[in-house]
Design a protein around this ligand. Structure first.
Ligand SMILES: C=C(O[C@@H]1C=C(C(=O)O)C=C[C@H]1O)C(=O)O
Length: 356
């Protein structure tokens, strides 16, 4: 391309950037007005943001991917919210964890992300008002449920107001060098489990050491030249490590689902999910009886998970996710019927279904 042609294209790009800036500024101004109209109510509206994301994904003319369009509009909404108030979001720290990535994916970068020591502290941060929201992992497509999150949510008064699906790619990282000479591999138990086949094949003699977080593994690997760690590639930059091999997870579609917890759940968005937990009486057919009202109403259940209730042996709690909002008349009726049959029922929240 000759210099003149390049120059002409850059003039067009500059004009577009000026227009983008003008429009984004105008958008922030309107969001500010909406914020004032809300008058002290909470600013973040997950159902509205989900609708905006869905509409733009549907209207996406290309060549940008749907995921990219979502990332851009979420970042713009993040910036617009920040003009109104600094949203504080607690997550399972330290920095560099997948939980921090989930915060950025959902809330964008214009929030105060607070790194907490454990999942308990994430709940407490919102319960005590130190944070507005918490983002906590609840299940992984390879490794299953995160028990601590389920146990805490039963007792907490916090509500689920959103979900975040994060594709999880594990990297093997070390201070310097390749696979040769790696004696130990650090990682969070979930990460080690997600990569066990790969580790057995490529590093059969390395010891696997479970640590509280992948970031702790990164911290150790940075100090131990014969050690490596698993974790998000973001940690490599943060801790001065080299990525030896990217995408070492056994399942290419490895995804972790996170919940956003707040003081209230979300209003209907048009495509929602509802999470609930119920206690079954210790009787034959009790679980079937509890689920029957959903089946009768033609409501599909996307998840059923059982946990010991910890209130005596052989008592179980059932965590259930179904399609629909608790305010939809059909689901509301089914829930009322379940409540009349269950030893215990708690609705954990209705929230927009994630688009990807
Ligand atoms: C502007 C609003 O407040 C927040 C910001 C939004 C945005 O930037 O589009 C959307 C929903 C809210 O989280 C609104 O509710 O419309």
């Amino acid at each position: 391309m000759d210099d003149e042609a390049l120059k002409a294209l850059r003039v067009r790009i500059d004009a577009i950037d000026d227009a983008v800036l003008k429009l984004v500024s105008e958008r922030a101004g309107i969001a500010q007005e909406v914020g004032h109209a809300k008058g002290g109510e909470r600013i973040y509206r997950p159902e509205r943001e989900a609708q905006i994301v869905r509409r733009l994904r549907e209207n996406n003319p290309g060549p940008l991917s749907g995921d990219t369009v979502e990332r851009l509009i979420r970042e713009i909404m993040s910036a617009c919210r920040a003009v109104e108030e600094a949203t504080r979001v607690a997550y399972l720290g330290p920095a560099g964890t997948f939980s921090q990535q989930a915060v950025a994916k959902h809330f964008g970068h214009a929030v105060d992300a607070l790194a907490e020591a454990d999942i308990d502290a994430c709940f407490q941060a919102v319960e005590t008002g130190r944070a507005h929201f918490a983002v906590v992992p609840v299940e992984n497509s390879t490794e299953g449920a995160v028990g601590r999150t389920l146990d805490l949510i039963v007792a907490s008064r916090l509500k689920i107001c959103s979900e975040v699906m994060l594709p999880v790619h594990q990297s093997l990282m070390r201070k310097h060098g390749g696979l040769a000479g790696i004696q130990r591999v650090y990682g969070h138990a979930q990460s080690l489990a997600q990569c066990q086949q790969w580790l057995s094949r490529h590093l059969p003699n390395a010891e696997r050491i479970s640590v509280v977080s992948n970031s702790e593994g990164a911290r150790r690997a940075a100090a131990e030249p014969d050690a490596a760690t698993l974790g998000s590639a973001a940690a490599a930059e943060l801790y001065g490590l080299e990525v030896v091999e990217a995408r070492v997870e056994d399942e290419a579609s490895n995804t972790t689902r996170f919940l956003v917890l707040g003081q209230a759940d979300a209003a209907p968005s048009g495509r929602d999910k509802t999470s609930l937990v119920m206690g079954a009486k210790n009787q034959p057919g009790a679980v079937v009886k509890l689920l029957q009202p959903l089946a009768d109403a033609g409501i599909s259940m996307t998840k059923l998970e059982s946990r010991p209730a910890r209130s005596g042996n052989w008592e179980y709690l059932f965590f259930l996710v179904c399609d629909g909002h608790r305010l939809d008349p059909k689901l509301a009726a089914a829930l009322a019927e379940i409540e009349s049959r269950a030893a215990f029922l708690k609705i954990l929240g209705s929230y927009p279904a994630a688009s990807a």
